[in-house]
Design a protein around this ligand. Structure first.
Ligand code: PAF
Length: 313
């Protein structure tokens, strides 16, 4: 197990990547906010596979660890967000990551951190398309502008060939994929399957905030998704009803949204048939959790895939 090289400035990162670029090797990238867990480790494994070369060599895998203040609005948990750099670097080492980029806020935002929820004053940001205003964006105004801005900066610094994101943040994945395509960033955006504990809870850095009782309550989110999937052949409304019935059994779940959409998050009609996506967000105690899965609505065509979608440019 070789420890990754740590870079905290743009200049250090550029030096570390120069050899790989000169040799024409592909660069794999996993952007994170740290507090890494097995879900992140699986993204690193996907990135490693994707930079493998036919001769057995491979290109470097870069993991960034940066708690991006621009994607938190005031009142959100920026200060409370866990910062666990030493443990994170150990996980990166175990997954054969080559470079960990852990910049300061000043390094990433030398002109100051723009507010995500109002028009920026003299600093360039990435405006998010309308897809950013629904679901997570509806309860976290400006959040995706902050996400897209930092990811665009990170893509500019790392210039990856492939970047891997988790499907757990499904709307984020869709928006990053859209940005990479719309702005011709030349990076393949890959969505990797959500990793779960054996009892179904989707892995999340925020799970560590849950007490034992809250964790037991939180299991109802994935249980609700599974109930909806089981009822999916009967249609959209029966699927939603089945999920609501599971959530109603838990008094500790403060539901934000439970929706079925098209796989691209577009709206569907009540008589929709085919593959959709079911997404849930809820507060359990003070912790906000999200989860989602593919769902087949109506008669199966055999086309409903697993929990993996690949990105395009
Ligand atoms: O998913 C995350 O951890 C963050 O939103 C990301 C993509 C690293 C941007 O800060």
């Amino acid at each position: 197990m070789t420890a990754p090289v740590l870079a905290s400035t743009r200049a250090e990162l550029a030096v570390l990547l120069a050899d790989a670029r000169r040799a024409g090797k592909p660069v794999g990238f996993v952007p994170t906010m740290g507090a890494l867990h097995d879900g992140h480790a699986s993204l690193m494994r996907v990135a490693r596979e994707r930079v493998a070369l036919p001769d057995g060599d491979r290109g470097p895998v870069v993991v960034s660890i940066f708690v991006n203040p621009m994607q938190f609005s005031s009142g959100e948990d920026l200060d409370r967000y866990p910062r666990t750099l030493d443990a994170d670097v150990e996980i990166c080492a175990a997954e054969g990551v080559d470079i960990v980029f852990a910049p300061s806020v000043e390094e990433m935002y030398p002109h100051g951190v723009p507010a995500a929820d109002r028009e920026p004053d003299g600093v360039t940001v990435v405006p998010a398309p309308a897809l950013a205003d629904v679901l997570e964006g509806a309860v976290r105004p400006g959040h995706f502008r902050g996400v897209l801005t930092v990811v665009a900066k990170l893509f500019g610094l790392v210039q990856p060939d492939v970047a891997v994101f988790g499907q757990k943040d499904y709307q984020q994945l869709a928006l990053i994929r859209r940005m990479a395509g719309d702005l011709c960033m030349g990076v393949e955006v890959i969505g990797a399957e959500t990793q779960r504990d054996a009892d179904g809870l989707a892995l999340s850095s925020r799970n560590r905030y849950l007490s034992a009782d809250e964790r037991a309550t939180a299991l109802s989110l994935s249980a609700a998704l599974r109930a909806a999937i089981a009822a999916g052949p009967d249609g959209v409304q029966p699927a939603l009803d089945a999920a609501h019935a599971v959530l109603a059994e838990e008094s500790g779940v403060d539901l934000d949204y439970l929706v079925i959409t098209r796989p691209d998050l577009g709206r569907l009609t009540d008589d929709f048939q085919g593959e959709g996506r079911i997404l849930v967000a809820a507060r359990v105690g003070t912790t906000r959790l999200i989860d989602n899965l593919p769902i087949q609505i109506g008669a199966s065509t055999g086309a409903a895939g697993g929990d993996t979608t690949k990105g395009d440019n």
